[in-house]
Ligand binder design. Structure first.
Ligand SMILES: [Fe+2]
Ligand SMILES: [Fe+2]
Length: 288
């Protein structure tokens, strides 16, 4: 691991065309969670078996809590990034994450809660402990700590660690893999699972936003590695987190979940990990 080096607070503004383009794209592809009509899903959830309804609640609760966590964890980046274009970009990401939280919040209130009531179930809180588990919490706690550390010590290395937790792993491996699976699962392609069109639609918007977020993090890490941060730090940071991603997604698809072959999903996690490493200029070797 290389010696920690301070980051210059004097990044000249206006030079990061990539951040500027991403910020522009966020405006261009704006969408409104309140414009997604959930009526079709309100009817379709009633077709879900009790097990499948509980699975759906678990997925949405974890995704909603995850989006809530990343919304509050991103702020330190807005404090430490000095360039105007970076700040403009991060403002769009903060807004994206807040909007993602709203999407899950609305869906819970308008689709899940009424269905719980019509089934005679005790209404549940999506933030309740029953919907998460230790490894899930550990993954988000570590990410929160890596982001908060930027405020105590802003160096190239702490930035790489923050981006590796937040943009490369939570967004670039966990969200990209899980969101794609859910979007497919409720898109009507599977005979055994009722289509939830507004949910699948919402996930398409989410994935497009997350693609932008990952792209920002990847570009930043690649630049920092080019400037001298030890690439081994990237590999170590991501590989310490991947097992937590595996247990989180493993829990989501447990019990022979339809539309998810466990090996295939775990291969997708590995592929996403390799892809993120390649994108930052690190040749991926076998995970140890
Ligand atoms: Fe998000
Ligand atoms: Fe994101």
């Amino acid at each position: 691991m290389s010696e920690e080096s301070p980051v210059s607070p004097l990044e000249p503004p206006g030079l990061d065309e990539h951040a500027k383009r991403l910020a522009r794209s966020a405006v261009e592809f704006h969408w409104d969670p309140a414009a997604i009509n959930v009526r079709a899903d309100q009817e379709a959830v009633s077709e879900l078996s009790r097990v499948e309804f509980t699975r759906l609640r678990g997925l949405l609760a974890q995704f909603g809590a995850g989006e809530q966590a990343v919304t509050t964890d991103l702020a330190p980046l807005a404090v430490v990034l000095a360039g105007t274009d970076d700040q403009r970009y991060v403002a769009t990401q903060l807004y994206d994450e807040a909007r993602h939280t709203e999407l899950f919040d609305r869906y819970w209130k308008r689709v899940i809660r009424p269905e719980e009531e019509s089934r005679g179930l005790i209404p549940t809180d999506p933030m309740a402990d029953r919907w998460s588990h230790d490894d899930y919490r550990e993954l988000f706690d570590r990410t929160s700590n890596a982001m908060a550390r930027l405020l105590e010590q802003d160096t190239s290395e702490t930035r790489v660690q923050a981006f590796c937790h937040y943009h490369l792993t939570v967004e670039g491996i966990l969200a990209q893999t899980a969101y794609r699976w859910v979007e497919t699962r409720y898109s009507g392609e599977l005979e055994e699972v009722p289509e939830l069109p507004s949910l699948a639609n919402g996930f398409r918007y989410l994935r497009r936003d997350e693609g932008r977020h990952v792209s920002f993090g990847v570009t930043k890490v690649r630049k920092l590695v080019n400037e001298g941060v030890d690439p081994e730090m990237v590999v170590e940071t991501i590989d310490e987190l991947v097992p937590l991603v595996e247990t989180t997604i493993g829990q989501m698809i447990r019990d022979g979940s339809i539309g998810a072959d466990r090996n295939e999903i775990f291969n997708r996690i590995d592929t996403a990990r390799d892809r993120r490493l390649e994108q930052v200029g690190v040749v991926p070797s076998e995970r140890t």
